[in-house]
Design a protein around this ligand. Structure first.
Ligand code: FE2
Length: 296
């Protein structure tokens, strides 16, 4: 059997607004327009991801929050209605997704070997979080490939970003080994925004783009700094600066999603491709891709 590989990885933020504005049949609310730069960026990312012919998408989402260890979806199919708790007016999404349970279990076993605490989610009524759903939808709206979904262990809250990152890097190594042994072509999705201070009031028309801008100039400066690092292969610097980034920009990378992905890629020095940057309710969002095979 040929050795499995991570054929691509993406920073794939999950504002439900992007699905809302796309008007897919799975989502009940209808939009007129909105957040086009990000949506056009995702469109180009999707083409590049499809071109590497993945067998499976592996996603880590900040909105599946677990306080004891890292959890994995552990049944072959989950299906329900996902309603965003903050934006029920924008996101009421009917999902029906397939899980690669074998690969989930293999990553779990490797994570245990790294000394991490883990669990498999085997409850058929478990409601999959909207971060997982939005990132997977925007990366592959056809949903024709299985996913592996990993929770965010809230170590930044309990301990510190340093402790979170130590475990997220270990989880990344575990993911890399399990993918290699699986023989599969995997795409990783780090489901998070960059800076994450957001507005607390919504206008009458949610997609009114005259209202959309970064919440604070300091966030924009931080986002540009992190993007510049990643576009130039300086992922080591991103990991080193992460505690300050999380603290000062309230970054959603406090979930470990980005650190896990960089760890699984071996802390890459290849440049990431930037597809789009844009704000959603004042948060900073970059759609970026890594293609190890292309670099080789
Ligand atoms: Fe989020």
């Amino acid at each position: 059997m040929s050795s499995g590989r991570i054929v691509a990885a993406a920073l794939a933020p999950h504002p439900p607004h992007l699905v809302y504005a796309d008007n897919p049949p799975q989502n009940e609310p209808r939009a007129e327009c909105g957040w086009e730069m990000l949506r056009w960026g995702y469109e180009r990312l999707r083409k590049d991801l499809a071109a590497v012919e993945p067998d499976v998408y592996i996603v880590l989402s900040p909105h599946w929050q677990t306080y004891v260890g890292w959890h994995f979806l552990g049944l072959p199919r989950f299906q329900s209605l996902s309603v965003d708790p903050i934006f029920p007016n924008l996101f009421r999404y009917h999902y029906d997704l397939q899980v690669d349970v074998g690969l989930s279990e293999a990553i779990q076993a490797e994570a245990e070997a790294e000394g991490l605490v883990t669990a498999m989610m085997r409850n058929p009524d478990f409601r999959v979080d909207y971060g997982t759903i939005v990132s997977c939808h925007l990366a592959n709206p056809a949903w024709d490939k299985p996913i592996v979904a990993i929770s965010s262990n809230r170590l930044t809250s309990w301990y510190s970003t340093e402790v979170l990152q130590a475990q997220a890097l270990a989880l990344g190594r575990a993911t890399q080994r399990a993918v290699e042994a699986s023989g599969k072509r995997a795409v990783l999705l780090a489901s998070c925004s960059l800076s994450h201070r957001h507005f607390v009031a919504e206008g009458d028309v949610p997609e009114d783009m005259t209202r959309e801008h970064i919440t604070h100039h300091g966030q924009h400066l931080w986002d540009m700094r992190v993007i510049d690092h990643l576009r130039n292969g300086r992922s080591r610097e991103v990991i080193e600066e992460m505690p300050e980034f999380v603290e000062q920009a309230i970054a959603e990378t406090d979930s470990g999603a980005l650190t896990w992905m960089l760890g699984a890629l071996g802390i890459p020095t290849i440049p990431a491709e930037l597809y789009a940057y844009g704000t959603v309710i004042g948060t900073g969002n970059a759609v970026m891709g890594w293609f190890p095979e292309r670099a080789a």
